[in-house]
Write a protein that binds this ligand. Sequence first.
Ligand code: SAH
Ligand code: SF4
Length: 389
Amino acid sequence: MHTEPINLLGLDAAALTHLVGQWGGKPFRARQLLKWIHQRGVSQFDEMTDLARDFRAQLSEHCVVQASPVMTQQHSIDGTRKWLFDVGQGNAIESVFIPEDDRGTLCISSQAGCNVACRFCSTGHQGFNRNLTTAEIIGQLWWARRELMQDQASARLAAEPDATGLAATSADPRVISNVVMMGMGEPLLNYEPVVAAVKLMLDDNAYGLSRRRVTVSTSGVVPMMDRLSQDCPVALAVSLHAPNDALRDQLVPLNKKYPLEELLSACERYLKFAPRDFITFEYVMLDGINDTDQHARELIQIARRLHCKFNLIPFNPFPGSGLNRSNAARIRIFSQHLVDAGIVTTVRKTRGDDIDAACGQLAGEVRDRTRLSEKMAAQKSIPIKEIRA
Ligand code: SAH
Ligand code: SF4
């Protein structure tokens, strides 16, 4: 009987230990495997030289290490990178890498599409296609990290042609220092696979990121926020977007199920277990909709309840949204109201504008996939070779 090979990318430490145990292997074999796969980015079992030959043969027979195929990759002039992954049956998901002076952040997706259907989000406008598996979620990090390390190694080699052997090993494995689940999809509506992926991100034998450097962003799935606080309390960002139920019901339809009062109580409970002593509230700035002085005053009342920071996100328009971005002066005044009330407030910089890599724009045209690929190929993708030259 033919069975599908097991994709080891999808197994966290516990699952891998279980699998290896079934074959009579000791737990340290699982740790060795984790290191080969996630730290060294190796996918071929015969390259895993410190594993016994018959164990490697067993792995080759039953398992693979495979990220989703990349459809396109783009490189912005500001260093932002974006990968579009094919997750089958015409579905695509995106990941974005944003380099900054003191960190490198990878933004990854948790679902193909999303059924929360927020008014201002192009992923929401696509509808829901399906949940991603753990392998597809962690595969985005696995792939991006490998690519970025290879790029670093090649750049070093170009700079020091004699350093051949050293170049590859001197690439910085911490090139991705932070992961945010702010790509496509609502992570807390795909709970188990997301938590398994997050556990791999935190595992010292895999990516070894601290809980403060992994952020789950949610539109407010209250029961799952409570579960996350128990299972895997990482940094939490909550998409607030409105200071009262009447408006939030319209912008984030999930609010009808979990209204503000419940959401804020869940945030307070989460804070008891969170790795940081604040919740980040994301607030998309929509011209004339949620950006008036009165809205700012209402928000300040909310902020008095719990320790929080605000991240104002200038709305990223997409065709057919019927919404506009608040202008820069309005965003400044709004932000100043919050700051004057003693609330730490940042305005998200738009990055990767030339490759549509901003929040809410991810795979916005994915339903029209063939044309999307053509468009990317024809106009937007800058071939990697050209960039290096
Ligand atoms: N589903 C999760 C995480 C993915 S969305 C959530 O909603 O939190 C990540 C962030 O991008 C959220 O704060 C979301 O509200 C915001 N966003 C979505 N569409 C946007 C757009 N068009 N412009 C700016 N931000 C947007
Ligand atoms: Fe889904 Fe988040 Fe987009 Fe809302 S903002 S539709 S929850 S991905």
